[in-house]
Design a protein around this ligand. Structure first.
Ligand SMILES: NC(=O)c1ccc[n+]([C@@H]2O[C@H](COP(=O)([O-])OP(=O)(O)OC[C@H]3O[C@@H](n4cnc5c(N)ncnc54)[C@H](O)[C@@H]3O)[C@@H](O)[C@H]2O)c1
Length: 416
């Protein structure tokens, strides 16, 4: 490809939009395709509700956002950034990526390179998506078109490690494809390109990054549970252990979202397909998936199984509006099922599918602070105390408040 290839990004969410913007900023002709009309409407109107891009960033480039898949027809490179969730049985749900591949197959031109950025288990790109593209295009993979895989490694809400500043792993089906992709991604990525050995290696590399994070958090979650039993403060234990140069610093907490709490299941699935049991990876998931219930059990015990509770923080992590797979909802549901009157507060999310409330709707039997939003970091401990009934509970899972003040005000204090 001598001249700049025309690029279509399929799926304009947290991953696809910043990528489209980065290419457009470097002078590429970029089409953005999404099946969500509301999303296309807001982006065409110059706003990104995920807050990954400022309105001014959207205004500084020209991109064509559309729900019309025919834009794919003129593209040299098609990049798919489609959700890869799990179903209710924690099994990978490849329906969105299969459907998007069908759409691409029906519209792609001969000679195109089709790149997947979604997190998947090894083999998905070549053994599942490639055949779908062939079936719907009538073209032959490896001859009429080629495949690539380049995992996205952004961290939602992280304004420092943005897409262009993270080293990009790139793999193509053959060396010519890899050369082209390294050059094209190299145009936007300032942190450098890692040329992976092949597509399966790149797929595996991404999945294990997130599984490693899940395991590290599971470890400190288990440590926190043991500290509770012993009657010591886990944060003080982790502070002390963290003074050693090679101790990895992680904090206990709920693991939600669409990546860390999901991607390990993709590895579990792949292992199962190959007749292998995962022990370590599955143990991490078991511990982290049990944390919401642990919090609920401790709240119920502290308040005598009933009462009015304020849950603070609906999003899966701090300072983002993203509530996907957030464990806060598991906490709320379990408290409601136990008969508690639960209100939820979140400065970042306007989700009104749960009853909303604030500190001023107190006094509460328990206040459960789940997310370290900046707004909560700025809270005065006294304001949380005065919204809690005497002898009520403040469950400060992220150690935001002043524990001594809470205890000396006669409230119960718990944290992870
Ligand atoms: N969000 C992150 O920070 C992050 C980081 C690294 C990797 N990932 C991975 O990247 C992938 C995408 O994640 P995301 O967070 O951007 O998801 P997202 O839900 O924010 O965005 C996906 C977009 O794809 C669209 N879509 C769904 N089906 C479609 C189809 N058939 N055709 C066209 N568009 C379709 C949706 O409407 C949505 O706008 C996932 O595999 C995820 O695990 C995400």
């Amino acid at each position: 490809m001598d001249k700049k290839p025309v690029i279509t990004i399929i799926g304009l969410g947290y991953v696809g939009l910043p990528l489209a913007h980065a290419f457009a900023k470097k002078g590429y002709t970029v089409h953005g395709f999404d099946i969500n009309e509301g999303r296309i409407k807001e982006l065409s109107g110059g706003h990104d509700s995920t807050n990954e891009l400022e309105d001014s960033q959207l205004a500084e480039v020209t991109m064509n956002f559309s729900t019309d898949a025919s834009v794919i027809k003129e593209c040299d490179i098609v990049i798919l950034a489609i959700p890869t969730p799990v179903d209710e049985n924690k099994k990978p749900d490849l329906t969105p990526i299969r459907k998007a591949s069908e759409t691409v197959g029906k519209n792609m031109k001969k000679g195109a390179i089709i790149v997947y950025e979604s997190t998947v288990y090894p083999g998905t790109t070549e053994e599942i998506c490639g055949p779908i593209l062939e079936e719907h295009s009538g073209l032959t993979c490896g001859k009429d078109f080629t495949l690539g895989y380049s995992p996205e490694r952004i961290n939602p809400g992280d304004k420092e490690h943005t897409v262009t500043k993270i080293m990009k792993i790139v793999a193509g089906q053959d060396s010519k494809t890899t050369d082209i992709l390294c050059k094209v991604y190299g145009d936007i990525i300032t942190a450098g390109i890692h040329r992976a050995a092949n597509i399966k290696t790149a797929e595996m590399a991404k999945a294990i990054e997130n599984a490693q994070r899940d395991l590290n958090i599971a470890y400190v979650n288990e440590v926190a549970m043991l500290c509770h039993k012993i009657g010591i403060d886990s944060s003080k234990v982790l502070d002390a252990a963290g003074t050693k140069w090679n101790f990895l610093k992680f904090n206990p907490g709920l693991v939600g979202g669409h990546c860390i709490g999901v991607d390990p299941y993709y590895l579990v699935e792949k292992a199962e397909q190959l007749g292998m049991d995962t022990h370590v990876i599955s143990a991490g998931r078991k511990v982290n998936d049990g944390m919401a219930q642990l919090v609920v059990d401790e709240v119920l015990e502290a308040i005598g199984n009933k009462g009015k509770v304020l849950v603070m923080g609906l999003t899966f992590k701090e300072d983002v509006p993203d509530t996907r797979n957030s464990q806060s909802y598991a906490v709320i549901k379990a408290l409601q099922n136990a008969g508690c009157d639960v209100l939820a507060d979140d400065p970042q999310s306007d989700d009104d599918n749960v009853p909303r409330g604030t500190l001023s709707d107190g006094p509460y039997n328990a206040i459960v602070l789940l997310v370290k939003h900046q707004e909560y970091m700025n809270l005065a401990t006294e304001d949380v105390i005065s919204a809690t009934k005497e002898e009520g509970l403040i469950y400060d899972i992220k150690h935001i408040l002043d524990k001594e003040k809470v205890i000396s005000a006669g409230r119960k204090y718990l944290s992870l």
